[in-house]
Design a protein around this ligand. Structure first.
Ligand SMILES: *[C@@H]1O[C@H](CO)[C@@H](O)[C@H](O)[C@H]1NC(C)=O
Ligand SMILES: *[C@@H]1O[C@H](CO)[C@@H](O)[C@H](O)[C@H]1NC(C)=O
Ligand SMILES: *[C@@H]1O[C@H](CO)[C@@H](O)[C@H](O)[C@H]1NC(C)=O
Ligand SMILES: *[C@@H]1O[C@H](CO)[C@@H](O)[C@H](O)[C@H]1NC(C)=O
Ligand SMILES: *[C@@H]1O[C@H](CO)[C@@H](O)[C@H](O)[C@H]1NC(C)=O
Ligand SMILES: *[C@@H]1O[C@H](CO)[C@@H](O)[C@H](O)[C@H]1NC(C)=O
Ligand SMILES: *[C@@H]1O[C@H](CO)[C@@H](O)[C@H](O)[C@H]1NC(C)=O
Ligand SMILES: *[C@@H]1O[C@H](CO)[C@@H](O)[C@H](O)[C@H]1NC(C)=O
Ligand SMILES: *[C@@H]1O[C@H](CO)[C@@H](O)[C@H](O)[C@H]1NC(C)=O
Length: 491
């Protein structure tokens, strides 16, 4: 018995040391399925004791999807490269001759959600309903979505998860949600959009792909060389390596297949991850000098709602939980506008990010922000003294929970994939949250730093009026935002 335990401990230690717990699916950047990010800043994501969340906002990428048509063609090319050749595979690659691209209904799959993606969205809806309890059963709950099908579908499955409690399955008319859908990736909605950078002529994400492309040339040839030792009669090249690494995350979210995950080493995955980090950091994140200005109007609108400040002309009051669904490249600009994830924890001069070797001090990880369903959340906390050792109860009254009483103070904290990310110069509150009034000042200062949407985007001389604020949360009729309304029955 004792010997058995020792053997078990030895095995576990060996597993830990050999890195068997390394999971490529947590290092696959935008191809990673959703997972909670590690708490890099050391703050637990649990609501701080004595606080309750009384308002929250989430902006998320759509859930896991099939490849876009362009990447799908890459899969098909790889398949035919294998099929058209007679070759011998050994070691980890013996599965290649049996591999078939996991798409079995081509008109309906590439670009659209996988079931895994639908389930991720449903689960998040169910989870947030329970976590916050900010709306009550049967309420007409409204969410906002960019217009592409996979985005609207994510909003729909989120809503169905959110509405899934109680016995409403048969009475969907009394348990409905609403989706406000905004045009996707158009150039006339200006800032009043969930895809604002496409209205910004000065915006370009090319730096990201140039830098990630440069970095890929430093490691992909070595991977091809290593894998080719396991093949006779077939030579993989850098393009094949890129497609095969993508196939880890994508195959997993389609049918759970991890075979491509198993053929690369830990270092090869970390290089692959870093290439994505460069792409998003410089493409749409804090490394792009224009991206903060494109997302700032959104941040400002959310800051006002967290402050209970409605515009004078508001015709709609958003729910206390504000859900918005969009694309990967619209999430990093929010980090840029907020001034987060743009430094290292230990060395603020760890930038710029190198294109020849991974920067180990960075805080920006694509796998932790633009993976499928990746999200940035704002929570308004209301906090006061925690419950003491002894609590009095007066018959006939329900005691207010700490945070809900008269003397409570309000704070805001930001979570990225459920990991707390403190604001660089505003983190004196519980759990390093920022006092609500200071948050407003912080946001205003960020606005001055990142600059005005119209001016930075080069729209100053435009002959048509380009909306420069986010109006759509409080004005569904907002002409600039071009909203369409769709009701979704609960499940
Ligand atoms: C493989 O063969 C097919 C059918 O003959 C052909 O259409 C395709 O171009 C070939 N592809 C590659 C990558 O060799
Ligand atoms: C739900 O709210 C939306 C937005 O205000 C509205 O258009 C819709 O009619 C409402 N539906 C129900 C069933 O109340
Ligand atoms: C749902 O509807 C079906 C068919 O009309 C009925 O048999 C069932 O009892 C209903 N269930 C509930 C929970 O109302
Ligand atoms: C938007 O794009 C259309 C079509 O490419 C173009 O004609 C129009 O000038 C653009 N509008 C703005 C405001 O850039
Ligand atoms: C990110 O940090 C760099 C280096 O300090 C700075 O030049 C840049 O303006 C910052 N970006 C944002 C969006 O704050
Ligand atoms: C936030 O709310 C406070 C109190 O109502 C108000 O004085 C302040 O002007 C608001 N700030 C913003 C930026 O809306
Ligand atoms: C706007 O037009 C004026 C006058 O033609 C020019 O001087 C200025 O540079 C233009 N500004 C922008 C942002 O294009
Ligand atoms: C944006 O574009 C305008 C005109 O196209 C240019 O004058 C201006 O310098 C640009 N602004 C930034 C911040 O790049
Ligand atoms: C409401 O007011 C804001 C700020 O003045 C303005 O930008 C927006 O266009 C107005 N919305 C409507 C629907 O009138």
């Amino acid at each position: 018995m004792r010997c058995g335990n020792v053997a078990l401990v030895v095995t576990l230690v060996a597993l830990a040391v050999s890195g068997s717990h390394f999971d490529p699916l947590k290092h696959s950047g935008p191809a990673s399925p959703y997972f909670d990010a590690p708490p890099r800043f050391g703050v637990p994501s649990m609501v701080p004791p004595g606080c309750v969340v009384d308002r929250a906002s989430y902006i998320m990428r759509h859930g896991a999807r099939f490849p876009e048509p362009g990447s799908f063609n890459g899969w098909i090319d790889l398949f035919y490269k294998f099929q058209n050749t007679s070759f011998t595979a050994t070691g980890d690659l013996t599965f290649l001759p049996t591999w078939i691209p996991p798409v079995d209904d081509e008109p309906h799959e590439p670009l659209f959600l996988t079931s895994h993606g639908a389930a991720e969205a449903f689960r998040l809806g169910a989870e947030l309903r329970g976590r916050y309890r900010l709306t009550s059963g049967g309420n007409n709950f409204t969410v906002w979505s960019a217009g592409q099908q996979r985005v609207v579908d994510t909003a729909t499955y989120f809503l169905r998860g959110y509405l899934s409690q109680g016995n409403y399955l048969n009475s969907t008319s009394s348990n409905r949600g609403t989706i406000f859908t905004l045009p996707d990736s158009v150039n006339f909605t200006g800032a009043d959009s969930l895809t604002p950078s496409t209205s910004c002529p000065n915006y370009s994400g090319n730096d990201g792909s140039i830098k990630s492309g440069a970095f890929r040339t430093t490691y992909q040839p070595d991977i091809a060389k290593r894998l080719n030792k396991m093949l006779k009669g077939l030579a993989l090249d850098e393009t094949d390596v890129g497609v095969m690494q993508d196939l880890c995350g994508f195959s997993f979210v389609i049918d759970g297949d991890r075979r491509f995950c198993d053929i690369f080493t830990e270092k090869e995955w970390l290089d692959y991850e870093y290439a994505h980090d460069l792409n998003y950091y410089y493409g749409s994140g804090p490394g792009n000098p224009i991206s903060g200005a494109t997302a700032f109007p959104w941040v400002k609108a959310i800051a006002s709602l967290l402050n209970d400040t409605l515009p004078a002309n508001a015709t709609f009051t958003p729910p206390s939980l504000i859900i918005s669904v969009t694309h990967d490249n619209n999430i990093p600009p929010i980090a840029a506008a907020l001034g987060i994830l743009n430094s290292s924890i230990t060395d603020p001069h760890a930038f710029p990010l190198s294109t020849t070797e991974p920067n180990p001090l960075r805080t920006f990880f694509a796998s932790n922000i633009v993976n499928f369903l990746g999200h940035v959340a704002f929570e308004r906390l209301t906090c006061e003294k925690q419950l003491g050792e002894e609590v009095q109860h007066v018959a006939g009254t329900v005691n207010a929970v700490p945070g809900a009483g008269e003397s409570s103070k309000k704070y805001v904290r930001v979570l990225v994939n459920n990991a707390v990310v403190p604001l660089p110069t505003c983190q004196d509150g519980p759990g390093r949250a920022c006092a609500l009034a200071d948050f407003q000042t912080y946001v205003q200062a960020r606005g001055e730093f990142v600059g005005d949407f119209v001016q930075r985007c080069g729209l100053g001389n435009s002959t048509t009026t380009i909306p420069d604020t986010v109006d759509f949360y409080t004005n569904p009729e907002s002409v600039g935002a071009h909203i369409s309304v769709e009701e979704v029955p609960g499940l």
